[in-house]
Design a binder for this molecule. Structure first.
Ligand SMILES: C[S@@+](CC[C@H](N)C(=O)[O-])C[C@H]1O[C@@H](n2cnc3c(N)ncnc32)[C@H](O)[C@@H]1O
Length: 384
């Protein structure tokens, strides 16, 4: 099974001296191939690079790899910093903030580097990125042009995956893969670990579904807490591969089955758990997929489908924070309305205050909202 996103093959073209050149195009975030590409080298200044990017011209770097990295940082410094306007509505400010981030990603995504089969960056003093690129995007079959920021992202993610993330609730390390949601914010893991499992005849739930399993961390916590069998789904092949690998190394693959699919597996379970992305909004980058749920699609699909997948007397656990409420992106009434519309009722709610470093960061433009964020585990049942 390929764990890489499939992209239609497109090419980019540029002029090299008198010759017309072409190469395949690849962007990890799915950005379309730039129409204008200019070959550039170490003589390009950061101001000129900024100007070219502002006109939508992509720059195919032909100089020294480390100089390209420095140029990317210099381009980033030339982009305007976000600040809140006095009295501005928080939802509008957040929208502007996200637009700024998307603009930044587009601008910086215009500094390109050549990749050759190996995969190798075909530049002077380029490091060996083969393992990192293979893990993130798969083999390179022929000369390909990619944004430098994708190469840096792949290298960073590879390090991150190798080191892993210690999860206290598992007393073990989880290895997130490139493009898979990493359970950095541990407060929601604690909620799942502490919540009493629904019991039938005194015994813990025999079966649970984990919808959108990511690294498989919640499925693993459920298995460690006595659930006899867990079926974990994810629509992303990368996540399915990542979860399967983590569960194998945790010695839990006999208990947890990981399947690729849209939302629920077949059948019903006494416990169905879902941690959808917490903010409604468009995903502009690969990493956004874990944070933003376009039009609250996953959240609504979970609520609407729950009654058809819960056994009588079963519990649906929705893990979500109220940050969207503090940012004016979703109201509590809306959430309660979707719960009621699905024929569900709230059986209980476990809350925990945010403890991640971002909620303490006073320089964050949305500190006021982040400091008030409460993460909850909503226990839902089918209304009698
Ligand atoms: C916020 S992440 C949560 C990951 C993991 N459960 C955790 O708590 O760390 C949401 C996950 O849902 C997956 N997802 C999004 N839409 C989905 C769908 N329609 N069906 C199944 N999984 C989906 C994403 O790929 C992502 O891995």
């Amino acid at each position: 099974m390929s764990t890489q996103p499939s992209q239609p093959a497109t090419t980019v073209a540029w002029t090299q001296g008198d010759a017309e050149r072409t190469a395949l195009w690849f962007s990890a975030s799915g950005a379309s191939a730039p129409k204008k590409v200019q070959a550039v080298d170490d003589s390009l200044t950061a101001d000129d690079a900024h100007r070219l990017a502002a006109h939508g011209t992509a720059m195919l770097w032909q100089g020294d790899y480390h100089n390209a990295r420095q140029l990317l940082s210099a381009m980033a410094r030339r982009l305007p910093a976000f600040s809140r306007n006095d009295g501005e509505d928080v939802a509008k400010a957040f929208y502007r903030f996200r637009q700024g981030r998307a603009h930044r990603s587009r601008m910086l995504g215009l500094l390109l580097v050549p990749l050759e089969p190996g995969p190798a960056v075909a530049l002077r003093r380029a490091p060996d990125v083969s393992e990192a690129w293979l893990a993130a995007a798969g083999p390179v079959e022929e000369p390909t042009v990619v944004p430098l920021q994708d190469v840096l992202g792949a290298v960073g993610a590879y390090e991150w995956r190798r080191n892993g993330l210690f999860v206290q609730e598992l007393d073990a390390v989880i290895h997130p893969q490139y493009g898979t949601f990493a359970p950095i914010r541990s407060e929601y893991l604690g909620l799942v670990a502490q919540a009493a499992l629904p019991a039938a005849g005194g015994a813990p739930a025999s079966l649970a579904f984990d919808i959108g399993t990511g690294t498989g961390v919640l499925a693993a916590i459920l298995a460690k807490h006595g659930v006899k069998r867990v079926v974990a789904t994810d629509s992303e092949p990368r996540a399915v591969a990542c979860a399967a690998e983590n569960l194998e190394s945790l010695g839990l693959s006999d208990i947890v089955e990981v399947v690729q699919g849209d939302m629920f597996p077949e059948g019903r379970a006494p416990l169905v758990v879902c941690n959808p992305p917490w903010l409604p909004g468009t995903a502009n980058t690969l990493l956004d997929n874990a944070v933003y749920d376009p039009k609250s699609r996953m959240l609504k699909a979970f609520l609407a489908g729950l009654p058809q997948h819960l056994e009588p007397g079963g519990e649906g656990w929705l893990i979500i924070s109220d940050l969207a409420e503090h940012l004016g992106l979703r109201s509590r009434e809306e959430l309660l309305g979707w719960i009621a519309q699905a024929g569900l009722e709230v059986l209980d709610r476990l809350d925990t205050q945010s403890s991640h470093p971002r909620s303490m960061d006073r320089s964050d433009p949305f500190h006021d909202a982040r400091a008030r964020e409460v993460t909850s585990l909503w226990k839902l049942g089918v209304k009698a």
